[in-house]
Write a protein that binds this ligand. Structure first.
Ligand code: AMP
Length: 336
């Protein structure tokens, strides 16, 4: 499909920070070599924003050298996104490049440490962060449902540029992923305006949903395990554990096990829900927790438990199961 022009219709909904937009656009124009980074354990938004920006840059600056970095996803690559490029160490030494870091707050969560070698750094994100890594060129808006939503707002405000449909498709995946298919309370008129601008490029959203949410039979078996083994705390925190042995038996990884977390999203009496998966290769924290919440802000609890994230979707970690009851009690107390 040919690239098509989209009017920057969304400026009236958002509050675009025009000064930062100009700074970032100038940085993009200045560098011939650009590498795009995202967070570890990528999700739809991290990969969709990264690849959307990659295709946008390729479409608008065909003479620039653009790369994308970070670990692959267990089921999204290569089904939904291309496998990550294997750039040699020498590339980073020899080239003056621009690093664009998307969908990640703190530096320890950036999937490839070589962003540090960049001559200039830009960040586009919607997470709270403890220490800023791109002081002069950070575009961060916590009110955005997805990093993709913010990135598209910026790109549609770049005059004279086009939004190639392949870029729109990737951004749409990011937006749908992090807004929970427009169900989370972070979804706003601005989110729909961005969705509308992306759909206007001619993308086929039904084929996108099919690619995003298609399941295989093994995943039904692991769902059956989750449904047979979940527990609910006194004030409505549902959670399930996936120990290593269960993952082996079900032929799943922790990432695949986590994908069942939203099974509990629309159940009366359940206020928050978690997947708690054992990491087969732990450094020190053995259990990774994905926390989701219907209404209350769970990010404070995630912060307390070595994690962070958003009001309705956060991540945390515990070293071993002796801490499980304490963690669940903390979360449960939010709803008492
Ligand atoms: P997850 O449950 O891993 O899908 O994460 C949900 C959200 O919380 C995502 O936006 C993550 O980027 C964020 N998140 C997960 N783990 C952490 C962490 N350890 N520190 C900060 N943010 C996190």
């Amino acid at each position: 499909m040919a690239a098509s022009k989209v009017d920057p219709i969304i400026a009236e909904y958002g509050k675009p920070n025009k000064k930062v937009y100009r700074t970032i656009l100038r940085a993009i124009e200045r560098y011939d070599k650009i590498a795009i980074f995202r967070h570890i354990k990528p999700d739809f938004d991290a990969m969709g924003t990264q690849m959307g920006l990659y295709y946008w840059l390729k479409g608008n600056y065909p003479n620039k050298e653009i790369h994308f970095l970070g670990d692959n996803h267990v089921s999204f690559t290569p089904r939904l996104f291309p496998e990550t490029e294997n750039l040699p160490e020498s590339w980073f030494k020899e080239n003056k490049f621009l690093a664009i870091i998307v969908d990640v707050g703190d530096e320890e969560r950036i999937a490839d440490p070589r962003w540090k070698k960049a001559a200039y750094k830009v960040k586009i994100d919607h997470h709270p962060c403890k220490k800023e890594i791109a002081k002069k060129a950070t575009l961060c808006d916590l009110s955005m449902a997805a990093a993709a939503e913010l990135c598209v707002d910026f790109l549609l405000n770049c005059k004279g540029k086009v939004m190639p449909p392949i870029a729109a498709e990737n951004f749409y995946i990011g937006l749908v992923g992090d807004s929970g298919r427009f169900l989370y309370s972070s979804t706003s008129p601005h989110s729909f305006a961005v969705a509308s601008a992306l759909i206007a490029t001619g993308i086929d959203i039904s084929s996108i949903y099919k690619k995003m949410y298609e399941k295989d039979i093994d995943s039904l078996k692991s769902l059956a395990y989750v449904l047979a083994n979940f527990k609910v705390s006194p004030h409505g925190v549902a959670y399930y554990l996936l120990p290593k042995e269960a993952q082996e038996e079900l032929h799943i990884t922790p990432e695949l096990g986590k994908e069942h977390v939203n099974t509990f999203s629309n159940v009366r009496g359940i206020n928050a829900w978690c997947s708690i998966t054992e990491d087969p290769n732990p450094k020190d924290y053995c259990w990774r927790i994905s926390i989701r919440s219907k209404e209350k802000d769970i990010s404070g609890i995630a912060n307390k438990w070595e994690g962070g994230g958003h009001a309705q979707a956060s991540g945390a970690k515990i070293k071993d199961l002796t801490k499980l009851d304490e963690f669940i009690a903390d979360l449960d107390a939010l709803f008492a």
